[in-house]
Design a protein around this ligand. Structure first.
Ligand SMILES: NC(=O)C1=CN([C@@H]2O[C@H](COP(=O)(O)OP(=O)(O)OC[C@H]3O[C@@H](n4cnc5c(N)ncnc54)[C@H](OP(=O)(O)O)[C@@H]3O)[C@@H](O)[C@H]2O)[C@@H](O)CC1
Ligand SMILES: [K+]
Length: 501
């Protein structure tokens, strides 16, 4: 699914109205009906009272439409409407339709005293994608009230008001803190970034039937990766496949006390479908690995507790480096030599291998089309501080382009950034996955896919999605708090099955 900026969405809105021969009023009704249907399943309408805050534009128009639909659905509804001289035409038309409906509509300004009861649902329909700059300070008392007053839940239509869709919103800006945001048709970049975590606790994208031809023909560099995209990329075996067809991969890493990372990565590589997985660990890991995973071959180096020499990787289709590797200076020297000696080998680089690359300042030695999978701290060591998420993405984009490598920035919507400056936000996964070893599992999975013949970009996109989906399937039976990295490995098979459906 493409991600559009606000201007592109507004153009899409116009194209839809023109190509589908409908009025913008009808489109608003269609969009809001989708929100209404969501609220209908979220709450028992006849027992719930909604206080809807409406702005002066079409976001406010959605709020007014919703008020009518909720009232018809049996809910109690109260509307606060921003006082102004000029409302958008669809907003004004929906105001007219509220007359004689026994809905209390109260006009307010930034100095007004508002009232919400503790079991009301607050609906924020103040500003949507028409917001052109951060809100003025005069709005602070209103938003402080909306964000702090006790209520049942906070719902935003399209955008949490105050959040800009496709450029950064300053940290101190005034923004509504939504429990759930129902956004129309396509996600907006700001909704997917961790900077917005306080404002978007849950996100749902509602298909409102906007013009598909326009979406198809409009260029975008950013995508939201969903199941359908991954389904089209996943390869399957044939009756005559042999283990050689599924790639031979090697995972290099481990140090005393961190062999578990290699166990997780190797097991995940097997479960993702590699024909043959070899692990290369220091001596202390040999018995552990051979006992833990009979399917994996184990090779060791001269070092007892850490890796002193890297192996030859000539005969492998893909190489994963870094899980549990440690930062011993001999390991660091060996890694730098390894990078220099294997310029033509695409690598998956994670954890301490990334930390060593930062310390040794040798990103330029990383083979082209390698995949780097840093979490936030590892990324900071690589690129330094950033001002905000948009700045972070820009910096990584430049680096990916300069070195011709892929970055996988692990997080809530793990972001894959390719050297051609395309960006992929992942849609699968859950908070239970914020636990040790989950990154090692991902490294094993991506390495496996690379070994199976996926391009680097595909391996990253598919690996990240599959990994998140395995986590989502795991929490069907395990509480997110109790999820551990091994649960992901166990559910890769179910994730494949679900994608194939
Ligand atoms: N996409 C779709 O297909 C569909 C979209 N739909 C809905 O339309 C919404 C977009 O509506 P929209 O364009 O009318 O803009 P909206 O967000 O209501 O705000 C406009 C008002 O805010 C004002 N304003 C702006 N910045 C400001 C600031 N910093 N501080 C103060 N004021 C500021 C601005 O003022 P002005 O720019 O005129 O000076 C204007 O008065 C979209 O989010 C979705 O909910 C659905 O109905 C149907 C399908
Ligand atoms: K809103």
């Amino acid at each position: 699914m493409k991600i559009f900026n606000a201007a592109q969405i507004q153009a899409l809105d116009k194209e839809t109205v023109s190509n589908q021969y409908i009025s913008s009023f009808k489109l608003m009704e269609r969009a809001t009906t989708k929100v209404f249907e969501k609220l209908q399943t979220r709450y028992k309408l006849y027992q719930t009272s909604f206080v809807i805050f409406c702005g002066t534009g079409n976001n406010g128009g959605d709020g007014l439409t919703l008020a009518r639909l909720l009232k018809e659905g049996g809910a109690m509804v109260k509307v606060f409407l921003v006082q102004t001289k000029k409302y958008s035409p669809d907003n004004a038309q929906n105001q007219d339709l509220l007359e004689d409906r026994d809905i209390n509509v109260e006009k307010f300004n930034t100095k007004s005293k508002l009232k919400v009861k503790k079991d009301d649902v607050i609906v924020d329909a103040l500003f949507g994608i028409g917001l052109h700059s951060p809100l003025d300070e005069e709005w602070r008392p209103i938003f402080d009230f909306l964000n702090e007053t006790p209520c049942l839940e906070r719902v935003s239509i399209d955008m949490p008001s105050g959040l800009l869709a496709d450029v950064t919103t300053p940290i101190e800006a005034i923004v509504f803190k939504a429990d759930v945001v129902y956004t129309f048709q396509l996600p907006k970049t700001a909704l997917l970034l961790s900077d917005a975590k306080e404002y978007v606790k849950e996100l749902e994208i509602l298909d409102i039937g906007l013009d598909l031809d326009y979406i198809e023909s409009t260029k975008s560099d950013a995508y939201f990766v969903e199941q359908e995209k991954v389904r089209n990329l996943v390869k399957s075996g044939t009756k005559f496949s042999s283990k050689d067809d599924f790639g031979r991969v090697i995972l290099i890493g481990g140090s005393k006390g961190k062999i578990g990372a290699m166990t997780l990565a190797s097991k995940a590589a097997m479960n993702t479908g590699s024909g043959i997985v070899t692990t290369y660990v220091p001596n202390c890991g040999y018995t552990i690995l051979q006992t833990a995973i009979p399917e994996v071959m184990c090779d060791t180096c001269a070092g007892e507790d850490y890796i002193k020499v890297f192996p030859s990787v000539e005969h492998y289709d893909a190489v994963g480096v870094g899980c549990g590797l440690g930062l011993h200076k001999d390991t660091a020297t060996a890694l730098v030599t390894f990078l220099k000696d294997n310029k033509d080998k695409k690598l998956v680089i994670d954890a301490d291998a990334l930390n060593i690359i930062s310390e040794q300042k040798c990103l330029d030695k990383v083979p082209v089309e390698s995949i780097l999978t840093p979490h936030e701290k590892e990324l900071k060591r690589l690129i330094g501080e950033w001002d905000n998420d948009f700045d972070k993405i820009d910096k990584v984009k430049q680096l990916a382009k300069k070195h011709n490598v892929i970055f996988v920035l692990k997080g809530a919507h793990t972001i894959t950034i390719a050297p051609d400056e395309t960006i992929y936000f992942n849609s699968s996964g859950n908070w239970g996955m914020a636990t040790a070893g989950v990154g090692d599992t991902l490294t094993g999975m991506i390495t496996s896919l690379l070994g199976q013949g996926y391009t680097s970009k595909e391996a990253a996109i598919v690996g990240v999605y599959l990994h998140g989906l395995a986590g989502d399937i795991a929490i069907e039976n395990i509480h997110p708090h109790s999820l551990v990295a091994s649960d992901l490995g166990k559910n890769i098979s179910s994730a494949y099955n679900q994608i194939a459906l």
